[in-house]
Design a protein around this ligand. Structure first.
Ligand SMILES: Cc1cc2nc3c(=O)[nH]c(=O)nc-3n(C[C@H](O)[C@H](O)[C@H](O)COP(=O)(O)OP(=O)(O)OC[C@H]3O[C@@H](n4cnc5c(N)ncnc54)[C@H](O)[C@@H]3O)c2cc1C
Length: 198
């Protein structure tokens, strides 16, 4: 039960969606509402930063934006893992306890299902920071042969990212003087890299 006069807003996930919403709420209502933002991680990373990590332009540490630097009036950020959601009662269980809300927002993003495609787990990927770091170490060993940038199915996060990867790989290989010895293939389940903007 809410004993305070302020409406309680509970936002699950401090990714793009959760951070944008809680920032807007804070800028609009300030201390007039009681916003709790929950995320299991200690830092936010922009999706595009993973390309920078992969091509060695920036380190994984340099692209981490710690949540401890996120201070917005009226917003309490908790580092906890959500384990259950009761949407009817607007009640959420985490590894840190139970939270109740007047308004509940779920912004937990989407996880990757590597096992859905046989063999995918054994290839390289840049959609996670750990995967981008592994590729950063593999790329310098690629001096000739074929590279395949592939997407296993739609929908997927950030439709332009695989095209960006292929183009950045081209530049990377040109700079290293091995482009002529390498072929870049691109496999996409969409008719064009970014269908809404041909
Ligand atoms: C390589 C790459 C490049 C991209 N480039 C761009 C770009 O240039 N421009 C652009 O607009 N978009 C880009 N994107 C897409 C963008 O990152 C996503 O669209 C966006 O992150 C989705 O936002 P979201 O809030 O729905 O989820 P997310 O940002 O994924 O946030 C979900 C949050 O929920 C948390 N969470 C999940 N489960 C739990 C749990 N059980 N308990 C607690 N917390 C949990 C996670 O830790 C995470 O912080 C890119 C994505 C990738 C992978």
């Amino acid at each position: 039960m809410n004993t305070s006069s302020k409406p309680r807003v509970l936002v699950l996930g401090a990714g793009f969606g959760g951070l944008e919403l809680t920032s807007l709420l804070s800028e609009t209502f300030g201390d007039g509402i009681d916003v709790t933002l929950i995320d299991k991680s200690d830092a936010f990373v922009f999706g595009f930063s993973k390309l920078d990590v992969m091509f060695g332009h920036r380190t994984a540490d340099a692209v981490r934006l710690p949540y401890s630097n996120y201070a917005k009036p009226g917003v309490h950020l908790l580092r906890q893992t959500v384990t259950a959601i009761d949407p009817e009662r607007r009640r959420v269980t985490t590894d840190g306890g139970v939270h109740e809300a007047d308004f509940l927002v779920v912004a937990l993003g989407a996880d990757y299902d590597f096992d859905a495609t046989p063999g995918l787990a054994d290839t390289n990927e840049f959609y996670t920071v750990a995967g981008a770091e592994r590729l950063r170490d593999v790329l310098p060993t690629f001096t000739k042969g074929r590279a395949l940038v592939g997407v296993c199915g739609a929908p997927y996060k950030c439709p332009p990212a695989p095209s960006e990867c292929a183009l950045m790989l081209h530049d990377y290989l040109v700079k290293r003087g091995v482009r002529e010895a390498c072929e870049i293939n691109f496999v996409l389940p969409l008719p064009s890299p970014v269908p809404p903007s041909p």
